[in-house]
Design a protein around this ligand. Structure first.
Ligand SMILES: [Zn+2]
Length: 432
């Protein structure tokens, strides 16, 4: 089993914990001394750096949130001078100003190191040719994975997003072996390639996909692997933590998070107490080595679970299990929490429909209505009776997962808008 940094990746969990404690004690003093934001937050919370002696004291520290980054726009939480920042990224703000993140050279190196470890764990080496189809620019996906791929020593093909025909032509002609993009874009690439008379499975050398930036299900993984003949791995990260950071190993049983760089907590959102190992809760992350924008107990907004047992691959660092969805992707319909991932989970079970769908929410008087538009594939028969049966089978399955009725509407293939980045899954027409 190849490792990028075996002495760290297979370190005794006790030694890792000790290392985390030492880094946390230093970090708390670092942010308190350097950032007026953190000094004020700690003082208000009644905690001093000397109160933190090990990671057992993590619960004494206050939380931070995305709202703090917005309130201190553009760089009020930074811990270094502007001249020490070597790069900025920014995420689009749905409400007003974007969120700005900054990196020192050490921050960029640690980010690339995290990805090089993860890419190695996913079976990639310097002999691979990696197509980066995440967008390049202020979004962290493209440049983040690009530097990870270069650190690994692989050949990098920076196609960025868009221009799908050219993506497929270059993939084929340059013998690309791995691709990084959103799972919905890759599903679209498979279809688009077929329309060009190219089968990704038979006509390309592609063998690995690293897919993230949106939640996706185990069943979509199976479907992608079957249709394209590759192994599909999940990757996780958010711009506030650097960007894409953690990738699954070849066991495909969760993404290894690197404990020498990050401290993960999974908390009960009501009580803020840790949940038992393996249970779902809110993901809270402390960055242990970031210099420009360290985050203390940052509430990421994702629901997730952690497996802290030693992995079959030999790595001792915990695994983040497939995310259950972002709390901000969730919509509330008739008082029930609905995640687009749940709808996807149902749809991929039906070969008669494609994984492209759109949830449309409307309000009729006081009552919410939910419709799921989904594209038919050529697997469906042209008998009207079969068509109605299929509709009712999908509606039944949706009801059992969502606990509410959603009408299924079939549309022609290619009707649902394809996204080159994160797929838009919900159209909310309700007025409140
Ligand atoms: Zn593993």
């Amino acid at each position: 089993m190849p490792y990028w940094k075996p002495e760290i990746e297979t370190m005794d969990p006790k030694d890792l914990r000790q290392m985390q404690s030492e880094k946390l004690v230093k970090l708390v003093k670092y942010v308190y001394d350097r950032s007026p934001f953190y000094k004020k937050r700690f003082d208000e919370f009644g905690v001093k750096p000397e109160d933190i002696k090990s990671i057992d004291d993590i619960g004494k520290l206050p939380f931070t949130k995305k709202q703090d980054l917005r309130d201190t726009y553009p760089n009020g939480m930074f811990c270094v001078k502007n001249t020490d920042v070597v790069r900025y990224h920014a995420s689009s703000g749905t409400t007003g100003k974007p969120t700005v993140v900054g990196y020192t050279q050490n921050d960029l190196d640690a980010w690339a190191e995290s990805l090089a470890r993860g890419m190695t764990a996913a079976g990639l080496t310097q002999d691979d040719i990696i197509q980066v189809s995440y967008g390049y620019g202020l979004f962290t996906g493209g440049l983040g994975v690009h530097y990870g791929s270069e650190k690994l020593g692989a050949t990098t093909l920076p196609t960025s997003s868009g221009n799908t025909e050219r993506q497929i032509t270059l993939m084929k002609d340059l013998d690309v072996t791995a691709i990084c993009c959103t799972p919905s874009y890759f599903s679209y690439l498979i279809e688009a390639a077929e329309q060009m008379g190219c089968s990704i499975k038979n006509d390309t050398k592609l063998r690995v996909g690293i897919f993230g930036a949106e939640p996706w299900s185990e069943s979509l993984r199976k479907r992608i692997e079957e249709r394209s003949g590759i192994k599909a791995y999940d990757v996780f990260g958010t711009s506030e933590l650097s960007g894409p950071l953690f990738i699954e190993c070849e066991m495909q049983e969760g993404m290894h998070i690197w404990s020498d760089m990050f401290l993960f907590e999974i908390l009960d959102p009501e009580t803020n107490e840790p949940v038992p190992d393996g249970e779902v809760g809110e993901l809270v992350v402390t960055t242990l080595v970031k210099e420009a924008l360290p985050l203390i107990r940052y509430r990421v907004g994702d629901l997730a679970s952690l497996d802290t047992s030693v992995c079959k691959c030999g790595r001792t660092h915990p695994r983040l299990m497939r995310l259950k969805g972002r709390s901000d992707d969730m919509v509330i319909v008739r008082g029930i929490n609905v995640f687009p991932g749940q709808v996807e989970y149902v749809l991929v079970k039906f070969p008669e429909v494609s994984p492209h769908f759109m949830i449309i929410l409307d309000r009729d008087g006081e009552m919410d209505s939910m419709k799921v538009q989904v594209e038919l594939t050529d697997m469906v028969s042209d008998k009207l009776d079969d068509y109605y049966k299929l509709k009712s089978r999908i509606e039944h399955e949706l009801k059992s997962i969502l606990n509410l009725y959603a009408e299924v509407e079939f549309v022609a293939p290619g009707t649902i808008p394809r996204s080159e980045g994160k797929a838009k899954r919900v159209t909310d027409n309700r007025t409140f």
